[in-house]
Design a protein around this ligand. Structure first.
Ligand code: PLP
Length: 430
């Protein structure tokens, strides 16, 4: 008996699509979602007690792997002290101090419970602080499911975007301008048309919601320059990349290549909660002091800065600070990608891949894509064959071609070798 199927059938009776977040449903790749029973280190076990090497890690948070002893201990201790108080705690201050020390562009931070909430609040704050309405986002970047951000490109620059979800009034997205990622000419045109009305530009610096696409250095530099020139806030959505690609997050990677580079605001999530519901947004003091209770921009949350979640986040950040952590993580991610490249080459399968820190992506074509349209030229059928081939061999990658992959500190060289061996077999079938 397939318990995954039994659970999925049961789930679909009571939960729309049987899942609480759409990509979990395997809609893009077909088949039955694996219901996770338990996880440890780099592995999880499904409802049939089948083991998988986990390259999703809860979509990024589990950078230490599952069930790290120091994190478990911190969470258990915090739980005994109380789940939630609705009053401030020392641990929130500690976590805020820790985040600011690791990401120096942030002078103040507010803790919330999800990346969606953090992104939505950052946009509101940018609008409140600048007194402007319009925002720029890029096609293929995901910033959570707030109404104003569920937008795809319209037919021209003057027309603004179209909602990508039912239930979002056209009036709500009329201020959201959607541009092509890495397109400098379009960026310049948009600023020359709308620059004085722009509250902010929000970007995934290394986009992980269209597989893995880096913003080019010249493009990133131009984003910074134009925001400064027109007085728009430059918002880095590092919910995925924060503490995932480097200890200083993606902004530290760009700061190595662009002198005096920093964003005005940063949105964090995923790794900072270590698997618990925790996210944050922050930036310059003058902007952050516009937030309630100090300023006129309202923002609040019953469970914000939750004591158990902050304990989990703090314990996670403490581990990633250890010397050599990112060197080791990067080496493993690179080993995986070069191993897959070698296997694909041997099988004559067109392939390319890229990684930064513990985040990676690969494509079933030759050259690394620069934007969403190119990512979407991936042959769905071949990706699905690869996905299911790996799944059958106990390797769990994202069940959609537009998602990134994640390495953890718990993955071993043997896990990676097993993954490459499985991929070699599957590439032979493509
Ligand atoms: C995951 C993600 C979000 C949304 O975070 P949730 O916690 O799922 O609401 C926002 N932005 C980026 C870049 C993300 O990867």
């Amino acid at each position: 008996m397939d318990r995954n199927q039994t659970l999925f059938d049961r789930a679909r009776q009571v939960i729309p699509g049987g899942v609480n977040s759409p990509v979990r449903a395997f809609k893009a790749v077909g088949g039955t979602p694996r219901f996770v029973q338990r996880a440890q280190g780099a592995y999880f076990w499904d409802a049939n007690d089948q083991r998988y090497i986990d390259y999703i890690g809860s979509w990024g948070p589990m950078i230490l792997g599952h069930g790290h002893p120091a994190v478990l201990e911190a969470v258990q201790k915090a739980a005994l002290e109380g789940f939630s108080f609705g009053a401030p705690t020392e641990r929130e201050v500690e976590l805020a101090e820790e985040i600011l020390s690791l990401v120096p562009s942030m002078e103040m931070v507010r803790l919330v419970s999800s990346g969606t909430e953090a992104g939505m609040s950052a946009i509101r704050l940018a609008r409140g602080a600048t007194g402007r309405n319009k925002i720029i986002k890029f096609e293929g970047c995901y910033h959570g499911h707030a109404d104003a951000l569920l937008v795809k490109a319209g037919s021209g620059l003057a027309t603004f975007g179209h909602a990508t979800s039912a239930g979002v009034p056209a009036e709500v997205v009329q201020h959201t301008l959607v541009l092509e990622y890495n397109n400098v000419a379009q960026l310049e045109e948009a600023f020359s048309l709308h620059g004085k009305d722009l509250a902010c530009l929000i970007i995934e610096p290394i986009a992980g919601n269209m597989n893995f696409v880096r913003a080019s250095i010249p493009f990133m530099k131009r984003c910074r320059e134009l925001c400064t020139e027109y007085g728009a806030l430059f918002v880095f959505d590092e919910v995925m990349t924060g503490f995932r690609v480097a200890l200083g997050s993606a902004q530290s990677v760009y700061a190595r290549a662009i002198p005096d580079f920093e964003p005005d605001m940063t949105v964090l999530g995923k790794v900072i909660g270590g698997g618990m519901p925790l996210a944050a947004f922050g930036g310059k003091r003058a902007v952050m002091e516009q937030l309630a209770p100090l300023g006129p921009v309202y923002q609040a949350g019953t469970l914000s800065g939750n004591p158990v979640a902050t304990a989990c986040g703090l314990a996670t950040l403490k581990e990633i600070r250890k010397p050599g952590f990112y060197e080791d993580l990067s080496r493993k991610t690179q080993t995986l990608i070069s191993g897959l490249q070698g296997a694909a080459d041997k099988a004559g399968v067109p392939f390319c891949g890229d990684s930064e820190g513990g985040m990676f992506g690969f494509f079933l074509f030759k050259d690394l894509p620069q934007n969403y349209a190119t990512v979407m030229t991936t042959d769905n059928k071949r990706f699905n064959t690869l996905f299911h081939g790996l799944l059958d061999r106990g390797i769990y990658i994202a069940p959609a071609l537009y998602e990134a992959g994640f390495m953890s500190a718990a993955h071993t060289d043997a896990d990676i070798a097993q993954t490459v061996a499985a991929a070699s077999e599957v590439f032979g079938l493509l």
